[in-house]
Design a protein around this ligand. Structure first.
Ligand code: FAD
Ligand code: FES
Length: 277
């Protein structure tokens, strides 16, 4: 079931953009606030439909909820609506409906070591879980974040990656670029091979992974080779969505509606579905 707070789940709340951060040449983080609306109640990993009148709407992961009235979305410019959204400024009003989907199993992961593996904009949904773990630090074991992008410019959330997260207790951040680049003395290489180099032991660990399908495919193989079982590996899917509430039939894989039953699944659950993910 969707768990949005509004009376009609298809009617968006009107929110104001209060801050915009340029993350990369094509990703901006939008901070929005619904001053007088119904407070949002978002679990890490849940989704919301963002609309920009009169252009259209699109589904996005909530990248963080700071307070009940305050949401963050990291949005990549790829087409009609996101192009227009990247051209508006602070003070602009947009629509948000949701939250939708199941979100990450934050309670079931308590007491575990957490390994987050992300590529490109795939860090947007994982960031909500990473920040949740850091906010509830004593509920989780060691936290490791492995993140890669094509170039330094394409890394999202640089202040958190390089400054804030590594300062947290028992927290390590490993960053890699696809190709060498002037001024970068960090790791170079694709995420799955860096993962195998780091070789984090599977005992007591949960791996959470999101990124381009090709990265996910090879990282899953690496995790399997390293001894992770299917229950230990969680991912979040990005199927095309329209309604977000299980009505339009746009997002299903087999009998599962990704907007209701997902977008978060462990690998054991995914292996029972037709191989369309
Ligand atoms: C569950 C879910 C979570 C998402 N989370 C995020 C997020 O946190 N940040 C983010 O930047 N984007 C996210 N997306 C993708 C986002 O919804 C699309 O990029 C956006 O709707 C495109 O709108 P547009 O009008 O700008 O593009 P369009 O003009 O509609 O399309 C432009 C291009 O993007 C492609 N495209 C459009 N939608 C998708 C899609 N869902 N998946 C793959 N390709 C698509 C089209 O085929 C086309 O090539 C998510 C999508 C889903 C389903
Ligand atoms: S998006 Fe309409 S059924 Fe899932």
């Amino acid at each position: 079931m969707h768990n949005c707070n509004c009376e009609n789940p298809l009617v968006p709340q009107i929110v104001e953009i209060v801050k915009i951060i340029d993350e990369t040449p094509d990703v901006k983080t939008f901070h929005v606030r619904n001053e007088n609306g119904v407070p949002f109640d978002v679990r890490p990993g849940q989704l919301a439909m963002v609309s920009l009148l009169p252009v259209g709407e699109g589904m996005f992961s909530v990248s963080w909820q700071e307070e009940k009235e305050h949401l963050q979305f990291a949005i990549r410019r790829v087409g009609l609506m996101t192009d227009e959204l990247h051209s508006v400024g602070v003070g602009h009003k947009i629509g948000v409906r949701g939250p939708y989907g199941n979100g990450f199993p934050v309670e079931a992961c308590q007491g575990k070591d957490m390994l987050f593996i992300a590529g490109g904009i795939g860090l947007a949904p994982l960031r909500s879980f990473i920040k949740y773990c850091l906010k509830h630090r004593s509920d989780y074991g060691k936290i490791q974040v492995l993140y890669g992008a094509r170039s330094y410019a394409d890394l999202c959330f640089k202040d958190e990656l390089f400054d804030l997260w590594p300062k947290e207790k028992d927290t390590e951040v490993f960053t890699t670029l696809d190709r060498p680049e002037e001024g970068w003395d960090g790791h170079v290489g694709l995420i799955p091979s860096y993962l195998e180099e780091l070789n984090p032991a599977p005992e007591g660990k949960v791996a959470v992974i999101c990124g381009p399908p090709i990265m996910i495919k090879f990282a899953l193989k690496s995790l399997e080779k390293m001894g992770y079982n299917d229950e230990q590996v969680i991912t979040t899917l990005e199927m095309r969505m329209k309604c977000g509430i299980g009505k339009c039939g746009r997002c299903n894989i087999g009998s599962e509606y990704i907007c209701l039953d997902g977008p978060v699944f462990n690998l054991a659950q995914l292996r029972k579905l037709p191989p369309e993910w």
